[in-house]
Design a protein around this ligand. Structure first.
Ligand code: AMP
Length: 193
């Protein structure tokens, strides 16, 4: 299986590049943010509980997102692999993902980390907020909180995957197609076929 962790701060372009990657490689897209927004929209118990955390730009508890990912992996084991987008976001999530994948006889192939400066992230997210309808994109304080949560809890995963020899840093500024090409080169270096 080809299992990609597409990593980076909010606004780095993970969603945009995921769409292109899953088309090229025929992978299943697992975005915990998308799944959580679906639950919110459907008004499920989980969605109702997650809403205030998401709208404040804070993380949803590890066990909630790990449970969601566990289910989705089990449902799609007959596919070619997965793109994990917005997951893992903490060390506990990364450890849980390794365990889940090993239990299924597979593992993370590569972690692709999109690198974008903070000023550019804020600009992009405020622009996206005008059309996305996402409450967490609408206000600069919430955006700054999301970036600070990323810096405090998520960015350590660069070290986690570096220690496994799986981290590749990719400059996330420039044309979408140029960034996509850099991603595909990094993927093709670890994956044949
Ligand atoms: P995203 O669409 O990836 O930017 O996620 C939007 C929001 O959903 C985040 O700010 C968190 O509140 C929540 N969320 C998404 N993925 C995770 C995760 N892996 N762990 C905890 N919270 C998450």
């Amino acid at each position: 299986m080809l299992n990609l962790v597409l990593f980076g701060p909010p606004g780095a372009g993970k969603g945009t590049q995921s769409e292109k990657l899953l088309e090229k490689y025929g992978l299943v897209h697992l975005s915990t943010g998308d799944i959580l927004r679906g639950e919110m929209k459907a008004g499920t118990e989980l969605g109702v509980k997650a809403k205030s955390l998401i709208e404040a730009g804070n993380l949803v508890p590890d066990e909630v997102v790990i449970g969601m990912i566990d289910n989705k992996i089990s449902e799609n084991l007959d596919g070619k692999g997965f793109i994990f987008d917005g997951f893992p976001r903490t060390q506990a999530q990364a450890e849980a993902l390794d365990k889940l994948l090993v239990a299924k006889g597979t593992g993370v192939s590569v972690m692709l980390s999109l690198e974008v400066e903070e000023e550019e992230l804020v600009k992009r997210l405020l622009e996206r907020g005008k059309i996305s309808g996402r409450a967490d994109d609408a206000n600069e304080d919430t955006i700054k909180n999301r970036i600070s949560v990323y810096n405090q809890e998520t960015s350590v995963l660069v070290d986690f995957y570096s220690a496994q020899g799986k981290h590749v840093g990719i400059q996330g500024v420039g044309e979408i197609d140029e960034i996509f090409e850099k991603l595909t080169k990094a993927i093709d270096a670890v994956h044949v076929g």
